[in-house]
Ligand binder design. Structure first.
Ligand SMILES: NC(=O)c1ccc[n+]([C@@H]2O[C@H](COP(=O)([O-])OP(=O)(O)OC[C@H]3O[C@@H](n4cnc5c(N)ncnc54)[C@H](O)[C@@H]3O)[C@@H](O)[C@H]2O)c1
Length: 260
């Protein structure tokens, strides 16, 4: 049971069928919010909503579709009459490919979800959040919105774009009572760093051993930061970058022994 840190709030979370989005939906509901879970994985999203109970509902929401966005916002309006919180979390990571090997259509597909999809989320949700008296928008970027990784040009470009978009949105929406921040997870134990994405190889221990905290993060750890940013506890934070990465971007790190 939570302590009501989102009591009375209505939240929309994209990419909430699994991973960090699902952890955020569970935590936000436990803290008193009513939550719409949007995703393209309909069965998985419905299962998470059912597990949460009356405070949650799921619906098909492909972040690249304006029609889906309009229908989702109509649903929120009809159901709850307001929206206070958006976590724009949905994203895709295709297999690692160098720029010279990446076809343009694959590059465009990543940007359509991770970048233009995030633009659409703000475009469609901000008016209802303003009408509802203001609130908080969290745009989920990545450590790849702060640093590049070889083989991840489209993903990195999209996540830098999200970081920039949060700043513009903070400037434009602050006067309407809406705070906008970017959230930068490091390596988090979800599908995105699973063996399915990395050609059958389990990269989690290897990545963990390169980090000051010695392990990858959990979706629940990131959800705590998303909750804080979405709650009134963060009432003076906007246009800023919030990192949750076990020290990945703190600086060069060789090994736990040599850095000790
Ligand atoms: N896991 C990591 O190591 C890591 C690191 C840095 C940033 N992130 C970011 O964290 C966020 C959450 O990712 P995750 O780690 O939970 O991975 P995940 O793959 O488990 O979750 C991503 C979710 O987004 C959904 N999605 C994909 N395309 C969509 C679309 N067009 N419309 C709606 N939903 C769509 C997927 O179905 C999935 O449920 C993403 O923005 C990701 O880029 C993850």
């Amino acid at each position: 049971m939570g302590s009501g840190r989102l009591a009375g709030k209505v939240a929309l979370i994209t990419g909430a069928a699994r991973g960090q989005g699902a952890a955020e939906a569970r935590l936000f509901a436990a803290e008193g919010a009513r939550v719409l879970l949007g995703d393209v994985l309909d069965d998985e999203a419905a299962a998470v909503a059912t597990e949460i109970g009356d405070a949650a509902v799921s619906r098909h929401l492909d972040v690249t579709s304006d029609d889906d966005w309009r229908a989702a916002l109509d649903d929120v309006r009809a159901r709850w009459g307001a929206l206070h919180v958006l976590v724009s979390n949905a994203a895709t990571f295709t297999r690692a490919r160098r720029i010279t090997d990446m076809p343009a259509d694959e590059y465009d597909r990543v940007l359509a979800v991770n970048q233009t999809g995030v633009y659409r989320s703000v475009h469609h949700c901000a008016p209802l959040i303003a009408e509802s008296g203001g609130g908080a928008i969290t745009l989920v970027s990545s450590v790849n919105g702060l640093l590049g990784s070889p083989g991840a040009a489209a993903y990195t470009a999209s996540k830098f774009a999200v970081r920039g978009m949060a700043k513009v949105a903070a400037l434009e929406l602050g006067p309407l009572g809406i705070r906008v921040n970017s959230l930068h997870p490091g390596a988090i134990d979800t599908y995105m760093i699973s063996p399915q994405v990395f050609g059958g190889v389990d990269v989690r221990d290897n990545i963990g051993s390169t980090l000051p905290l010695g392990r990858v993060g959990t979706p629940e750890e990131v959800a705590e930061l998303a909750l804080w940013l979405s709650s009134d506890a963060a009432s003076y934070c906007t246009g800023a970058e919030f990192v949750c990465d076990g020290g990945m971007t703190a600086g060069p790190f060789r090994s736990r022994a040599t850095n000790a």
